[in-house]
Design a protein around this ligand. Structure first.
Ligand SMILES: NC(=O)c1ccc[n+]([C@@H]2O[C@H](COP(=O)([O-])OP(=O)(O)OC[C@H]3O[C@@H](n4cnc5c(N)ncnc54)[C@H](OP(=O)(O)O)[C@@H]3O)[C@@H](O)[C@H]2O)c1
Length: 267
C-alpha cells in the first residue's frame, strides 16, 4: 500500500490506555493514520473498511505489533440497513476480545468526494454526499449509542471547506456543514452521559481523497500551500496526531466544537 505504512514517523507504542476506538474508513488515508496514532497512544481498535480488506489487515498488523488488540469489519456507511447487524458484530467483538459491553471513542471518518459547480451538480452526486457524509454518520452513531461508554467521545470528520469556499466543493462541503450542526446537537444530547462530541475539520491533506490531487498534483499543492499559513498542504500525519491529541485524557471538557486542523488555510 502507500508510503503511509512505511512512514519513518510511524508512531511508537506506549502503555495500554484501556480505551477502544471504533474508526470508519480506517484502511487508508486519515482514518488509517488516526488508527496508527491512537494505537501508539495505547488505544485498542475496531476498524471498518469498505472494499480494501488487505489494507485493513495492514493496519491491524501494525496495531498488534504495538501490543494492541484490533479487529476489522467490512462496512459501507451508505447502507444504514446494515447498521443493526454491524452493531451486533461490534457487541460480540467487544465481549469476545475485551470482555466489555462498550467502547470509548467513535470516529466518523469514512467519506468520498463529489465535486461540481452547483449549476452542474447531479441529484446522484448530492444523494451520495448526503448518504456518506450525513445520513451514514447520523444513523451509525444512533445505532452505536448504546455501545459508547458514558464519558466517551465522538469525533466527526468535517472539512476546512465549511469555513472557506473552493471551486466545485458545494455538494461535499454542504453535507459537512450539516455534520457540524449534528455535532452540536449530539454534544447537547449526550452531555448528560459525559460523552464529548466534536468535529475535526482538516484542511487540504495529501491522501487519495478526490483522486489524490492534494498528494500528487504539484500545481495544486503549490497553490494551496501559498494560501496556508504553514506554507504547505497537510500530511495524514498532521491529522492523525491531532486526532490522538483530541482524544487524549484531559480534553473531555471540550465538546460541541469544530476544531480546524488546516495549518492555517485561508486565514
Ligand atoms: N484529505 C483531505 O484533504 C480531507 C480534508 C478534509 C476532510 N477530509 C475528510 O476526512 C475523511 C477521510 O478522508 P481521506 O482523506 O482519508 O480520504 P481517502 O484517503 O480517500 O479515504 C477514504 C476512506 O473512507 C472510506 N470510504 C469511502 N466511502 C465509503 C463508504 N461509502 N463506506 C465506507 N467507507 C467508505 C474508504 O474506504 P475504501 O478504501 O474501501 O474506499 C477509505 O477508507 C473524509 O470524511 C473526508 O471528507 C479529508
Amino acid at each position: 500500500m502507500t508510503e503511509q505504512t512505511a512512514d519513518h514517523r510511524t508512531p511508537r507504542a506506549t502503555a495500554p490506555s484501556g480505551r477502544i476506538a471504533l474508526i470508519t474508513g480506517a484502511n487508508r488515508g486519515l482514518g488509517r493514520r488516526s488508527a496508527q496514532h491512537l494505537a501508539a497512544a495505547g488505544t485498542d481498535l475496531i476498524l471498518t473498511y469498505r472494499s480494501h480488506a488487505e489494507e485493513a489487515e495492514e493496519v491491524l498488523a501494525h496495531a498488534r505489533e504495538l501490543g494492541r488488540t484490533a479487529v476489522a469489519f467490512r462496512l459501507d456507511t451508505t447502507e444504514p440497513s446494515a447498521f443493526p447487524a454491524f452493531a451486533e458484530d461490534v457487541r460480540s467483538a467487544l465481549r469476545e476480545h475485551w470482555g466489555r459491553e462498550d467502547f470509548d471513542f467513535l470516529l466518523n471518518n469514512a467519506g468520498s468526494a463529489a465535486m461540481a459547480p452547483v449549476a452542474e451538480t447531479t441529484e446522484e452526486q448530492v444523494d451520495l454526499m448526503y448518504q456518506v457524509h450525513f445520513k451514514g454518520p447520523y444513523f451509525l452513531t444512533q445505532k452505536l449509542l448504546p455501545l459508547i461508554k458514558d464519558g466517551g467521545r465522538i469525533l466527526n470528520f468535517s472539512t476546512g471547506l465549511t469555513r472557506f469556499t473552493a471551486e466545485n466543493a458545494a455538494p461535499y462541503a454542504s453535507m459537512k456543514g450539516a455534520v457540524e450542526v449534528l455535532t452540536r446537537y449530539l454534544a447537547k444530547e449526550l452531555g448528560p452521559r459525559g460523552i464529548a462530541v466534536n468535529a475535526i475539520a482538516p484542511g487540504a491533506t495529501a491522501t487519495d481523497f478526490g483522486g489524490g490531487a492534494l498528494r500528487d498534483d504539484e500545481q495544486v499543492r503549490a497553490h494551496l500551500g501559498a494560501v496556508t499559513a504553514m506554507g504547505h498542504v497537510g500530511d495524514p500525519e498532521d491529522i492523525g496526531s491531532a486526532v490522538a491529541a483530541l482524544l487524549a485524557d484531559g480534553t473531555g471538557w471540550i465538546t460541541g466544537q469544530r476544531i480546524e486542523a488546516s495549518g492555517g488555510m485561508l486565514l
